[in-house]
Each structure stands twice: as structure tokens, then as C-alpha cells.
Design a binder for this molecule. Structure first.
Ligand SMILES: [Ca+2]
Length: 214
């Protein structure tokens, strides 16, 4: 019995040796193949991970470029100032005080003109109204020096702001007769410009949309 067991053990040993000799490298090779495959997949994943940040960087660059373009676009649109108001021309003439009241009673304000862009807008409106030549054909604005008749400091009655931007006509303001305290715009020259008038003068007038409250 013992001899039989020894023979079986010997045969098994020989079989194992034979198996290792024949297949010994095949089994590890298959593992290697899987490993290689996994390694290839890992490499691909790594490449992907490495590529993705590059892609993001590229996207970021694009975004930065787009942002720069937006800024440039914003600057170029800002260079031409947007005027966020509307001007309305009166159908009739009135003195300065009545013109002020008429605009307010219509839910509007007697006009201010505080920039070149607003002058351009006003000129379009005056052109549509077929403005006539001569100071007597002028239109009231809300600028005046009624509060400071001695120093002739001009303020916009509709906003209370001191007048900084101006568009005076030639030789104006002249305070002719020492009674011209209110500003109107008229066409004497190539383009409409400002003149100081006596407030009792009868002129058409310009109202503007009111400023947003608070
Ligand atoms: Ca004048």
C-alpha cells in the first residue's frame, strides 16, 4: 500500500514538472497579456488625464480671448456713450417758468444736456422738428442762473446739478440787458448752440423723460 502511494506521488511530481516545463511560461504570459492590456488601458487613461487639462487650458485661453474681445467690444461701445433718455418738443411757445411747469405737469422734466452724446440726440430731435434759423426760434432748456444772478453760475433746474458741460453759441452767454438768466438752444451758425435769454422770452421748449427715482 505504501509502495502504491509512493508511486502515485512520484507520478504526480513528474506530471507537475512536465506541466511546468510545457505550460510554465504560458500561464504567466497570459497574466502578462492581461497586465499589458490593463497597462495599455491605464496609459490611455493617463494620456486622457494629461490631455484633459491641456484641453481645459486651451479652453481657458479661448475664454480669456473671448473675455478680452468682450472687453474690447465693451470699450468700443462705451466710446460712444449711450444716452438713456428721450427728448420731447413742445407744440407751442411759453416763457421759461411756464415751460418748466408744463414739462412737470406732463410727468416730464425741462431738458438737461450734459454731454456731447446728449447734444447729438437733441440735435436729431431739433432737426426732426425742422428748427429754424435765429435765436428767436430757440427752445428752452432747464439751465439757468436765477439762483445766482450776481455771479451768473448756471445750474440745471431739473436736477439741481451745476452745469459743467456747455455748448454755448458764439459770444454767449452775454447776459444782454443784464436780464438773461435762462438757457435755450437755437440755430445761429452751422449747428444748434446755447444762448442765455431773458426768462420772459416766448420759446418752444424741450422736455425729457424723468430720471429713475432713488
Ligand atoms: Ca444771450
Amino acid at each position: 500500500m505504501t509502495l502504491i502511494i509512493r508511486k502515485i506521488a512520484f507520478v504526480s511530481f513528474l506530471a507537475l514538472i512536465l506541466c511546468e516545463t510545457i505550460y510554465g511560461s504560458a500561464i504567466p504570459q497570459s497574466v502578462l497579456e492581461i497586465s499589458t492590456e490593463e497597462s495599455t488601458q491605464s496609459d490611455n487613461l493617463l494620456r486622457k488625464l494629461v490631455l484633459e487639462p491641456s484641453k481645459e487650458e486651451s479652453t481657458d485661453t479661448d475664454t480669456t480671448d473671448n473675455f478680452s474681445k468682450k472687453l474690447a467690444s465693451s470699450k468700443s461701445s462705451k466710446s460712444k456713450e449711450k444716452v438713456d433718455k428721450k427728448y420731447y418738443v413742445s407744440p407751442d411757445k411759453a416763457n421759461w417758468f411756464k415751460a418748466f411747469l408744463y414739462c412737470v405737469s406732463a410727468g416730464l422734466e425741462l431738458a438737461t444736456v450734459e454731454s456731447e452724446a446728449e447734444t447729438d440726440l437733441l440735435n436729431e430731435v431739433l432737426d426732426k422738428d425742422d428748427i429754424k434759423e435765429g435765436w428767436k426760434e430757440g427752445y428752452w432748456l432747464s439751465g439757468n442762473s436765477l439762483a445766482y444772478p450776481e455771479t451768473l453760475e448756471f445750474y440745471w433746474a431739473s436736477t439741481g446739478q451745476k452745469i459743467i458741460y456747455t455748448n454755448w453759441g458764439k459770444d454767449q452767454p452775454d447776459n444782454a440787458g443784464k436780464k438773461e438768466f435762462c438757457i435755450g438752444v437755437g440755430l445761429v451758425g452751422k449747428k444748434p448752440a446755447w444762448n442765455d435769454y431773458a426768462p420772459e422770452t416766448e420759446l418752444k421748449y424741450i422736455c425729457q423723460s424723468p430720471r429713475p427715482c432713488c
